[in-house]
Design a protein around this ligand. Structure first.
Ligand SMILES: Nc1ncnc2c1ncn2[C@@H]1O[C@H](COP(=O)(O)OP(=O)(O)OP(=O)(O)O)[C@@H](O)[C@H]1O
Length: 441
């Protein structure tokens, strides 16, 4: 369709094709200003009638592209005769007839995430966008750790188009764990059984970054901007993602959606959690301190190889036993994140000179390819693995239970989990849910 509107008192000729909206804004002192918006970037269209006037307006909300993969919420306001505005609205309704956009969300906010700004981020930057796009939401603010599941009481999950997490990676993992557990309970599956096959979630999960690291959003959108994340959620495209279960004894500890690292990474996270009051500066101090006091841990690692379907064994002393749930794969000179891979890359880091170790860790931190191509890093593509710490000293508790005498930790999505049993199990569960957004390579 074609039509002439007014924009800020100037004539604006609009053409809407099957794929684009094109505007040509008359400019008296220079060439006309052209604007072209792909219909796939249109977030919503509203028509507004003006009191005591025979002119209405159409507001087109769309995603604008800034540099560094950041998206902006843009509005094009066009004034025109009521019939013309109605026609524009009809054209968009027709063009969008077969597109499914989420309509109703459950939003969980961790008010203590990062710099404690998650609440403000959601209400000031995200909620107005959702409202403009006609989406409704129910908000729950947690009152402390492990409170996310309280939000699920009285929620009819069949009416939800998604659950949104406003916070950091640790909170994402807490919410995902609570959602996956709820789904298993509803389907009579014992999540404490490491052999259990999990039932997937029936709705996508989205993240509005509000934490300190925000790596899941960084990996997925290439930016940690909350408006970009909100726009991706409104656009409704999703990516399948995996989780990894961590079992100790006969108990599920948690599900990880980002990473799981035992040894050095666990120690680093434990120290960062212990000194949380120091703010983000702790992430600069303690990783370095932990590298200089790195400890070798005697362990036997059994792993189920993807290629052979057979169990294999590695015995020795390791600085770390680590896996990315979102894998990092070599692509030209960079490491790029891979969601929903068919296997885990298990990295076993063995004895090596400190300088080489720092070089290797720096490559990982800088996302440089070849970060795992060192002779002291053994990498295997696995579906699951078991770490046995049977050779480490243990003590008997009053109740007779035997626990490890020293403290060891797993870094699970940025949270430190104490490993006090002589073994733990890690298992990949593929395609357990969809996450809002598309990979930006
Ligand atoms: N209301 C709350 N008060 C205190 N802690 C909370 C609350 N709600 C959730 N938590 C806990 O806070 C922990 C950290 O939260 P989150 O991941 O959002 O922030 P972060 O650690 O600053 O960010 P990142 O993980 O990206 O570095 C989570 O493990 C979560 O269980």
């Amino acid at each position: 369709m074609e039509g002439s509107f007014m924009k800020h008192g100037r004539q604006c000729d609009v053409t809407i094709t099957k794929t684009h909206l094109k505007c040509s804004l008359k400019n008296n002192i220079g060439p006309n200003v052209q604007l072209e918006v792909s219909l796939s970037d249109v977030l919503a269209v509203q028509t507004q009638s003006r009191e005591n006037s025979n002119i209405n307006s159409v507001v087109v909300h769309y995603a604008g592209n800034k540099k560094d993969k950041v998206l902006t919420w843009e509005k094009l306001v066009l004034a025109g005769e009521p019939e013309l505005c109605k026609e524009v609205n009809n054209v968009f309704s027709y063009a969008f007839a077969d597109r499914h956009r989420p309509k109703h969300y459950l939003v969980l906010i961790n008010p203590r995430s990062g710099k404690k700004t998650a609440r403000r981020i959601f209400h000031k930057k995200v909620a107005p966008l959702f409202r403009a796009c006609g989406t409704t939401f129910k908000v729950y603010e947690t009152t402390g750790p492990n409170d996310a599941k309280t939000a699920f009481q009285d929620v009819d999950f069949s009416t939800l188009d998604g659950v949104l997490v406003v916070g950091g990676d640790g909170f994402y993992s807490e919410v995902v764990t609570a959602l996956v557990l709820r789904q298993q309970q509803a389907n009579g599956i014992d999540a404490d059984d490491p052999e259990a096959t999990l039932t997937p979630l029936t709705f996508p999960v989205g993240i509005i970054p509000g934490g300190s690291g925000n790596y899941v959003t960084k990996y997925l959108h290439g930016s940690t901007d909350p408006v970009t994340a909100a726009i991706k959620i409104v656009l409704g495209k999703t990516t399948p993602t995996n989780i990894v279960s961590l079992h100790q004894g006969s108990k599920l500890q948690a599900y990880a959606g980002l990473l799981l690292g035992f040894g050095l990474f666990g120690d680093m996270m434990y120290m960062c959690e212990k000194y949380r009051w120091m703010g983000n500066v702790r992430y600069k101090i303690f990783p370095v301190k932990c590298i200089f006091s790195r400890r070798l841990i005697n362990a036997e690692v059994e792993y189920l190889k993807e290629s052979t379907g057979q169990w294999h064994k590695a015995n020795g002393s390791f600085y770390s036993v680590e896996t990315g749930v979102v894998d990092l794969a070599d692509k030209e000179t960079k490491l790029v994140p891979v969601f929903g891979d068919s296997a885990l890359n298990l990295h076993l880091v063995t004895e090596c000179p400190l300088g080489d170790h720092i070089k290797q860790l720096t490559k990982v931190a800088d996302w440089v390819s070849g970060a795992y191509d060192f002779n002291f890093v053994q990498t295997e593509r696995v579906l699951r693995y078991r770490v046995s710490l049977a050779s480490l000293p243990t003590v008997k508790l009053a109740g007779g239970e035997e626990v490890l005498a020293d403290h060891y930790y797993v870094n699970l999505d940025g949270e430190a989990i104490l490993i006090d049993k002589p073994s733990f199990d890690v298992r990949l569960h593929t395609g357990i849910f969809q996450i809002f957004g598309e990979m930006q390579l």
